[in-house]
Design a protein around this ligand. Structure first.
Ligand SMILES: *Cc1c(COP(=O)(O)O)cnc(C)c1O
Length: 362
């Protein structure tokens, strides 16, 4: 018997999406690091990204990069979360480059690279206003770049980069990416050579790229979501890239109860399983189903998109997700399987959950 819930990973679709995105970027002189953290670093997926044209494979978690090295991945590896002091040894061993924003971290990496008899590469992060990682002023960035170039003999200054629309919700624009470009030009003057990488963000820079607004100097993006989870681009960014397939990851769950019940709870309302004051719209008596899947598996059930457009996700506790199936064309029975597309958060959670089977489709 098939085991549920199951997350199906379609490798052909993932590879095709990778090719489309890397080709779109290549037209603007941009190479792509394929970021695997959003799908839990699933090894087969990472290899598809490498074969589909990504020049590096990246993750925020060194453990996921180590797993790839152990499987013989030859594509250079990029750690995209600025490293912790306690993981420097693994970072130097299992990756080839990382994003850095602190001088002391550069010094630690340099020392460890010497011990491991390696040259390790750094991409220095510049905060353009999103207020997550990165040095905050151009002078600081110039100092750090020259320090890396001239004082650290086991480090190579590979380039600079910026991260946007993560903490501060700041959109990549021609204006903020021009600031990054100008900083790159200034560094190149100081060190008398070109930087290999000027990394202008992640998936959320794709909308600007499609509109032709990314400055020429930007030659690198770090993309996970835009390859593995493409429904987010039209949904959140009003951006359509021809040919991208949204069915790379499909989640399937089994129905464990079918019933007709009222839509408004009966009794004195307090808080739900997660301490929230939820809102319940009274839509009368409706047909509904419970699938064996919950927020423990998906993070937030509102990030599930039923593939049957007649189904609505009403909500979930840790282990039960409640679906309104009243308007569906299909007459569901106990034991039937309901399929969902997963938005980024649900892809992240389900790919990492030990309670969700993974099925790799070749
Ligand atoms: C996660 C991450 C990315 C990739 O983000 P996507 O939305 O998956 O494209 C790029 N850069 C950094 C620093 C990240 O942490």
């Amino acid at each position: 018997m098939e085991k549920y819930p199951v997350l199906e990973v379609d490798l052909k679709r993932l590879r095709a999406n990778t090719k489309i995105v890397t080709q779109v970027c290549a037209k603007s002189g941009i190479s792509v690091a394929g970021i695997i953290k959003g799908f839990g670093g699933i090894i087969e997926g990472a290899f598809e990204m490498a074969e589909g044209g990504c020049v590096q494979i990246g993750s925020s978690r060194i453990e996921q990069l180590k797993a790839l090295k152990d499987k013989g991945m030859k594509t250079p590896m990029l750690l995209v979360r600025i490293p912790m002091a306690c993981e420097i040894q693994e970072v130097v061993r299992y990756s080839d480059m990382c994003l850095v924003s602190e001088k002391e971290t550069l010094v630690m990496l340099d020392k460890e690279a010497k011990i491991q008899n390696k040259k390790y590469k750094a991409i220095l992060m510049y905060d353009l206003g999103d207020l997550r990682e990165g040095v905050f002023t151009r002078e600081e960035l110039l100092d750090l770049a020259q320090f890396t170039e001239y004082e650290l003999h086991n480090m190579e200054l590979e380039g600079i980069g910026a991260n946007l629309s993560c903490y501060g919700s700041v959109a990549p624009t021609t204006k903020n990416l021009t600031e990054l470009s100008e900083a790159a030009v200034e560094i190149e003057k100081k060190i008398n050579r070109k930087l290999n990488i000027v990394s202008g963000g992640g998936t959320t820079t794709l909308p600007l790229l499609m509109r032709g607004g990314v400055p020429e100097k930007i030659n690198h993006l770090r993309i996970g979501e835009g390859i593995a989870n493409t429904q987010d681009l039209p949904l959140y960014w009003d951006t359509y890239i021809e040919g991208l397939d949204a069915d790379t990851f499909v989640l399937k769950a089994q129905i464990i109860e079918i019933n007709e019940k009222p839509t408004h709870p009966i009794g004195e309302l307090m808080v739900n399983a997660f301490g929230e004051h939820a809102h319940y719209e009274d839509r009368g008596i409706r047909k509904r189903a419970i699938v064996a899947l919950g927020n423990q598996d998906v993070g937030d059930s509102s990030k599930l998109v039923p593939r049957d457009k007649g189904i609505k996700v009403l909500g979930a506790s840790s282990d039960h997700t409640i679906l309104d199936i009243h308007d569906s064309q299909k007459s569901y029975k106990l034991g039937d399987i309901v399929e969902f597309n997963v938005l980024y958060q649900a892809m992240l959670f389900t790919s990492l959950s030990d309670f969700i089977a993974k099925k790799i489709i070749n």
